[in-house]
Write a protein that binds this ligand. Structure first.
Ligand code: FEO
Length: 400
């Protein structure tokens, strides 16, 4: 017995949350859990929007069956083929033999790749940009959204109720705790950091494609956004769209400095702390200091998307960059972050080379302004390095 949430007279949330999951995509820590949203429309035809992850598949199947209450399922709209949403397609096809899949041609190809099901083609209606489906009282329009977050992605706009089923867009990490709508919680305080970390790590690389979707969405009157993760939006949608505008155009939300350091015995950490103190004394607010050995890359990437200035301080390790710092820099480069002012600090007891190697990675990114000041520690901070750090603090403030 489950408690399935009603959104409108004929629309239900039939998703489920997983609080046992440690790493989403086996990569990103999700201490607040993860929600897999799916929606069921009971019109003259019944329409299910996406399925759910394997971890919650049993509950999801029960939810769908409970709401259908004996009715047959006519359509399964597949917006996205990542298995956190498509896992149950095979089971749904077996359980609902009359059900037709509605998806893009690219998604159909992926269904064949992921599943061993006969007659998939015959049971699929492929749709392209602007195609529509009338389900009785509702008119659904399909809008392609390639690379938000995979190439086969589309979203659905219900013209009748002005509802956007937005796939991965406008999602978040975090399980649903009863409240289903963003306006029912303190989103800025309790959800925004996880929404930003979700966007930047999952979709952050595809800013151009997200901008294209935002442009299409701007032409629609939207009263409700139903994403595949996190909370639904029915109020203040513009506020969240504005966040997406910033993130997808790689524009900092605020002025501020992320200082990420890799330190083995605390001397590089000391330089990072000294710089943070000097910046604070110069009136800088929004300073976030991270130990790359203690904080997962996904949190630092998210803050790097939020703030305008980035400082990377690394000890030299086996003649290279300390491994965690090297991973972080590659993680940031892989997610296409642009338009930031960057500074480097290096340390090395006999041959400091981490700065030169960090510089190469930063220079491979687009529109990064690398400050010339690069404080160099030979083991620990001395008077000379204090002066270099002071000069770096001045240079950062001058560019804010
Ligand atoms: Fe939530 Fe890209 O899947």
């Amino acid at each position: 017995m489950n408690y399935v949430r009603k959104i409108r007279e004929d629309l239900y949330w039939v998703g489920a949350s997983d609080r046992r999951i440690a790493l989403f995509e086996n990569a990103y820590p999700v201490p607040a859990g993860m929600a897999y949203n799916s929606y069921l429309l009971l019109d003259e035809k019944t329409v299910l929007f996406d399925t759910a992850d394997r971890a919650v598949s049993e509950q999801y199947q029960e939810n769908v069956a409970a709401i259908l209450a004996g009715r047959k399922l006519d359509y399964l709209v597949v917006h996205h083929m990542e298995p956190d949403h498509c896992w149950a397609i095979g089971e749904m096809m077996r359980n609902y033999p009359e059900m037709k899949i509605v998806c893009t041609a690219a998604a159909l190809k992926m269904i064949g790749q992921f599943f061993e099901i006969e007659n998939v083609k015959e049971r699929t209606m492929t749709v392209a940009e602007g195609d529509t489906l009338n389900t009785g009282n509702h008119q659904l329009t399909f809008v392609t959204a390639p690379m938000v977050h995979w190439p086969e992605v589309m979203v659905t706009y219900d013209v009748t109720t002005k509802t956007l089923f937005s796939a991965d867009a406008f999602g978040s990490f975090g399980a649903i705790n009863g409240n289903l709508y963003a306006d029912e919680v303190n989103y800025e305080k309790d959800w925004l950091d996880d929404a930003r970390r979700y966007y930047t790590n999952i979709v952050g690389k595809y800013g151009v494609q997200v901008q294209a979707l935002l442009k299409k969405a701007a032409g629609l009157e939207i009263e409700l956004v139903c994403p595949l993760h996190g909370l639904l939006w029915r109020e203040n949608i513009g506020w969240f769209v504005e966040k997406y505008q910033k993130w997808s155009s790689y524009t900092p939300e605020e002025k501020g400095v992320v200082i990420a350091y890799a330190s083995i015995y605390g001397n590089t950490e000391n330089a990072a702390n000294i710089l943070a103190g000097m910046l604070a004394d110069k009136g800088v607010r929004n300073i976030r200091v991270f130990d790359v050995s203690a904080t997962h890359d996904s949190y630092i990437l998210s803050e790097a998307f939020r703030l305008s200035h980035l400082v990377f301080a690394s000890v030299t390790y086996n003649n290279g960059i300390f491994t965690n710092m090297e991973n972080l820099l590659h993680h940031i480069a892989a997610h296409n972050l642009q338009n930031r002012t960057v500074a480097l600090i290096q340390n090395g007891s006999w041959a400091p080379t981490s700065g030169k190697q960090m510089k190469e990675i930063v220079e491979s990114m687009k529109n990064m302004t690398l400050l010339e000041n690069m404080p160099t520690l030979k083991s620990s901070v001395k008077q000379e390095q204090l002066e270099e750090l002071q000069a770096l603090a001045d240079a950062i403030v001058a560019t804010m």
